[in-house]
Design a protein around this ligand. Structure first.
Ligand code: NAD
Length: 508
């Protein structure tokens, strides 16, 4: 076990205090590298969730938090960014123990979200410039302006693959705009969120502006999403859960944004730089063992280079070094849980039955060759060649290290675009070609929220992130990421009040 202190119980933060669950229940959180229990985490009950909602609602309605200037709140965001950097090493260690991802990846996540907080610390200031309306369309006696206010109590629900990243994409804009937040991390990887919550309080955010509930979605989800005292739910996770959440928010007509899965195409043309394309394809699909919503899991390749490209990817995939995320030699870690490993294994069986040719991986590492990986939830980087668009392995999100390969005839851009868009999802995609005009043409025709050209996977807080189709609604990051968390109000003030004249003179 590492020397880093893992956050200890109690892990619920309700009404400004750390507390255990009302019914005393706990849930183990597991290190996916060796399947050992890291700690027991408090499992919030529905009663705890009700208490958090009541506290957040009371705080939002009675405190000065929503009425503070944007400047005051943005200063807290900047202080938080500094704290994230000061605690980077501990936080990264905890994230790696809990998720299995490499330490280098966890550190990148922390640098990324530091930038997200710094970005919103500036971007939210723009909202204090209230828009004054004048001109021909309103009388000169009227002072008319549009102002921005927080939405209210926001429930932020996050998945297990990027616990720090996905939470901070929500926290920064929600807090910059003066909302009260209730955070519910995935029950599979809650530890870094406990740490992040401690840092929020240390940064000086009011204690009741944030509540933390560690629990399964099934147990407290409905209490949170159905409550009339919750004004917004921002959810990142799987399609099935997202649909469920949209339905349960409908009853109270609360604002609801969902960031869901993807089945992301990576379109490679014969005029690409082949070595670069091999590297891009590999990085796109095998980073974090494929447990990435924007993972480039569908290779769509021009026929004349298909065999060479697949051979290059297979050769490199076989050399990927797997191990503990804490070991600097590891290039990827395990899958997150035994349950998820089971799902990924089942997908390879499906692919075989559907006629796909597994040309690499397709199984857990051999325990005789890799005894160090035998306890953890490892799965070998897998390539399934000769797939077609009708297969489940091509259409469904496996969320594992599985690349499918589809081919299109040389020069047939129409088919390439058709295949790339032939998914219910629309989160992200890639185009690899040295012909910049072609790459731009194809990028514009992809029905996906982010498209990378001759690279894969980067993002910036300045640009919006989100999906078309069943990858979700709304956008995170960028200036639109703030829109999710504000109400917009128009104030029309008559400076020279007079009788309106609609009805007979009401003068007494
Ligand atoms: P999940 O849907 O199983 O769980 C996500 C969160 O929802 C967890 O906190 C869970 O406890 C909670 N939850 C479950 N049932 C709930 C309910 N009834 N009410 C309220 N909350 C409930 O997803 P996961 O397996 O944790 O994450 C993987 C999924 O997330 C993948 O599909 C991936 O593509 C997606 N994802 C999307 C993005 C994006 O930006 N679009 C980013 C990361 C992950």
């Amino acid at each position: 076990m590492s020397a880093v202190e893992i956050p200890q119980r109690p892990t619920l933060f309700i009404d400004g205090s750390w507390t255990k669950s009302s019914d005393g229940k706990t849930r183990p959180t597991i290190n996916p590298y060796d399947a050992k229990v890291l700690i027991e985490v408090d499992e919030a009950s529905a009663e705890d969730a009700q208490r958090a909602i009541a506290s957040a609602s009371h705080f939002f309605k009675t405190s000065d938090w929503p009425h503070k200037t944007f400047e005051e709140r943005c200063n807290l965001l900047s202080r938080y960014a500094d704290l994230l950097q000061a605690h980077k090493s501990k936080l990264a260690h905890i994230e790696t123990l809990d998720t299995g991802k490499t330490l280098a990846e966890s550190e990148i996540d922390i640098d990324d979200v530091t930038n997200v907080f710094r970005f919103y610390a500036k971007e939210a200031l723009k909202l204090q410039n209230e828009k004054t309306i004048s001109g021909d369309l309103i009388p000169s006696s009227v002072q008319s302006k549009v102002i921005h206010e927080p939405v209210g109590v926001c429930v932020l629900i996050t998945p297990w693959n990027y616990p720090i990243l996905q939470l901070c994409w929500k926290l920064a804009p929600a807090l910059a705009t003066g909302n009260a937040v209730i955070v519910k991390p995935s029950e599979v990887t809650p530890l870094s969120t406990v740490y992040l919550t401690k840092l929020l309080i240390e940064a000086g955010f009011p204690a009741k502006s944030v509540q933390l509930l560690t629990a399964s979605g099934a147990s407290i989800g409905p209490t949170l999403t159905e409550s009339k005292d919750v004004d917004l739910v921002s959810f990142t996770g799987g399609l099935a859960t997202g649909r469920h959440i949209i339905r349960s928010c409908a009853e109270t007509v609360k604002r609801c944004t969902v960031e869901l899965g993807g089945k992301n195409p990576n379109v490679v043309f014969a005029d690409c730089d082949l070595d670069l394309a091999v590297d891009n394809v590999l990085t796109a699909v095998f980073t974090h063992s494929g447990q990435v919503c924007s993972s480039g899991a569908r290779l769509i390749v021009e026929e004349s280079i298909a065999d060479r490209l697949v051979a290059g990817v297979v050769e490199r995939a076989k050399q990927i070094s797997m191990g503990s995320g804490l070991d600097p030699k590891s290039e990827t870690g395990p899958l997150v849980s035994a349950e998820h490993l089971g799902k990924v294994e089942a997908f390879v069986d499906i692919a075989r039955k559907e006629g796909g040719k597994v040309v690499c991986g397709g199984m857990r590492p051999d325990p005789k060759q890799h005894p160090d990986l035998a306890q953890g939830y490892f799965f070998l980087p897998t390539v399934v060649d000769h797939c077609d668009r009708t297969m489940r392995i091509v259409q469904e999100e496996t969320f594992g290290p599985i690349l499918t390969v589809e081919r299109f005839k040389d020069g047939d851009e129409e088919t390439a675009v058709f295949l790339a868009n032939d998914t219910a999802y629309g989160l992200a995609g890639g185009v690899q070609s040295k012909d910049h005009a072609r790459a731009e043409r194809i990028a514009r025709r992809l029905r996906h929220g982010t498209v990378w050209v001759n690279t894969y996977g980067a993002y910036t807080p300045q640009a919006e992130w989100g999906g078309y189709g069943m990858s979700g609604n709304g956008r995170e990051l960028g200036s639109k990421g703030l829109d999710e968390y504000i109400e917009t109000k128009h104030i029309w003030a008559e400076k020279k009040p007079a009788m309106m004249g609609w009805f007979k003179d009401a003068r007494m």
